[in-house]
Ligand binder design. Structure first.
Ligand code: AMP
Ligand code: MG
Length: 351
């Protein structure tokens, strides 16, 4: 791909300047690529009706053509232009959760080029709530295909600086509206099967969705383990990964930190540079070790806001190994576990 200059347009996250929005919208209308903040992570947008523009997303990210892209809308009236045979449940969920971090997989309208959905007969759709995303979608008045604005397999971008780090010279424009709030991607729900299926835990929790779909099941291949608690080989693929090797610990709270300390000391003795990702309450417990530590925050939502950015900052610090543990399997903890497990390429260190 030829290198060219990526324009960075600063924009107010609360009341986006109309001139910058118009400029970005005209880039989208012309088949270009614009990165923009959503409430989850930065998206890399292209006109979803333009197969060539969509192909540019795959090229810029180095994303395999087999990985489908979520289509973003600003108005429910756009839904029938991208999906067909829309079930009542989709409207019920949209009523409750849109705009917001819930993605629905529906039957694709043939209006949409097949490459958006990696050739599948379905399409994933969501309506973001971030004022910059809403203003851009409204000004473009097009369905916008937008995966996370990172190089394939890298941690998702939660600031414009992360987007530049991965995609400078490969995309036309970045709307820099500051750090995104939620920090992990949307929840994905498949509504094209007999039963709704949760494909990816995310910003809307499983518990919240069960208020509407009481028997909702998680069928994320990335979370599946066999009876021994070992991941099924080949089911996981590298994703959300820092350059350093991420080692994910699991076990009872009282044994986790001692085990992680032992691992850190072993790694240091082997000449490795070690980084820790820890919640606020645990940071002090490794302060005597010669390691880089990033404080993920005190609550689940702070951890979610900080996670990808923390992975990138440990990469910047040049560590070889990152030690981290999960944050439970409920609420946002489930989404955090999914991202950590994939960043660790499915390897769990049970203690
Ligand atoms: P990203 O926007 O980069 O977080 O990636 C979007 C993810 O949404 C993909 O990797 C898929 O896991 C999922 N996805 C998108 N479209 C579909 C679809 N039609 N069916 C199932 N999953 C989808
Ligand atoms: Mg992604």
């Amino acid at each position: 791909m030829p290198d060219f200059t990526t324009r960075v347009l600063p924009i107010s996250p609360d009341s986006p300047q109309p001139e910058s929005i118009r400029e970005a919208a005209s880039i989208l209308a012309g088949g270009g690529l614009v990165a923009f903040p959503t409430e989850t992570v930065y998206g890399l947008g292209a006109n979803a009706l333009d197969a060539q523009a969509v192909a540019r997303i795959f090229a810029a990210k180095g994303r395999p053509a087999s990985d489908p892209i979520i289509v973003h809308l600003y108005d429910l009236a756009q839904l029938p232009t991208v999906a067909v045979n829309i079930p009542d449940l989709a409207y019920e969920l949209a009523q409750q959760f849109w705009p917001g971090p819930l993605t629905l997989v529906l039957q694709r309208n043939d209006n949409l080029p097949a490459n958006v959905s990696a050739g599948m007969a379905t399409v994933a759709v969501r309506m973001p709530s971030h004022p910059v995303a809403v203003a851009l979608l409204r000004a473009a008045d097009l369905p916008i295909a937008a995966p996370s604005a990172n190089r394939f397999a890298r941690p998702s971008a939660t600031t414009a600086a992360h987007v530049l780090e991965d995609l400078a010279g490969r995309i036309d424009c970045i709307l820099d509206g500051g750090a995104t709030v939620i920090g992990v991607e949307s929840t994905i729900l498949n509504l094209t099967k007999d039963q709704p299926v949760l494909l990816r835990p995310g910003g809307i929790t499983m518990e919240t969705l069960r208020n509407i779909i009481p028997d909702l099941q998680l069928v994320s291949k990335h979370l599946h383990e066999d009876e021994q608690g070992i991941e099924a080989p080949g089911m996981l693929y590298k994703h959300y990964s820092p350059r350093a090797e991420l080692q994910l610990f699991n076990g009872a709270a009282d044994v986790l930190l001692p085990a992680m300390r032992i691992r850190a000391i072993e790694q240091i003795e082997r000449g490795k540079r070690v980084g820790f990702l820890l919640p606020d309450s645990e940071v002090a417990s490794v302060s005597d070790l010669p390691v880089e530590t990033v404080n993920l925050g005190a609550t689940e939502s702070e951890v979610s806001h900080n996670l990808f950015s923390a992975m990138r900052s440990l990469d910047q610090a040049g560590v070889d190994v990152i030690l981290v543990h999960g944050f439970g399997q409920s609420g946002l903890g489930l989404a955090l576990w999914d991202r950590l497990l994939r960043a660790a390429e499915g390897h769990i260190i049970e203690v």
